[in-house]
Write a protein that binds this ligand. Sequence first.
Ligand code: PAF
Length: 322
Amino acid sequence: MKHFMTGLVAAAAITAGGAQAEQSIVIGHALSPQSHYGLGADAFIEKLSELSGGEFTGEQAPAGQLGGERDMIEGLQIGSLDVVITSTGPLGNFVPEVYVLDLPFLFRDYDHARNVLDGDIGKELLAKIDQNNLVGLAWSENGFRHVTNSQRPVRTPEDLDGLKLRTMENKVHMEAFSDLGAAPTPMAFPELFTALQQGVVDGQENPITVISASKFWEVQKYVSLTGHVYSPVAILASPILLDSLSDEQRGWFDEAAKASAAATRAEVNRLEDEGVALLRENGMEVITDIDKAPFAELAEPAYAIYTDEYGTEMVDRIKAVE
Ligand code: PAF
């Protein structure tokens, strides 16, 4: 089955005439083919195919078909998957230095986050990923995360009190929501919709991109534009595949990842402009009048999860980027 054909096996396939066989890669991600991740996966495949003159083609394994993001990252390490488009949610479990990107209220806005990730800091963190049996191709984007729930409008940290809130499997996020008074419940994304539907959790937090792609309005009434954390995306590849490539082929993957990030960010921009109206049209109550300062103050202790280990230098460098 194509899905489980590793890069190495495919690279070894040579046609009878000696020409390089077409190699089909699989890109795993958690969302629908129409989502910002799906558009990013399409752009990746298109650019890779164009640059390689058709030597590489590809297909998406969307919607968590191959498991949650943590499972897919493990798939890269054992070579059962070629490329993954993933939030940093579970990535800190593999590359702890990346936790710095998950700190609440660190990034001021989209320009700030993109300038950090496209600059020296982004490159340094990709290099850290490369030291952990993964290949970091590029940074892409999920967006600023907001709280949704089925119980009440959230305007202040007190409104979060006791709310059972699904978080990603990320200890910085869990600590932040615990500091804010919620009851954080880590869970892989493929389980989330049913958990919301059955009331196992009251709410969750994700960017507008994900709330709309996942139709969370079917199971959530309130969305509060807390923008409490920026959610970067890493485009990762299997070292087993990448080590089998020539320098020229590796260059095609780097370019494909850049094209993917650009397509995804364009869709994030579109949904930042049009998404709130879409959520309202679908019956959600959107709470916009939120004073973020008390949220930021209460979530501050979560920084220690990163700074106790690595100090404050990287945090300061990120804040200093214009
Ligand atoms: O909430 C998550 O787990 C992530 O934001 C998601 C939806 C899988 C996208 O990376």
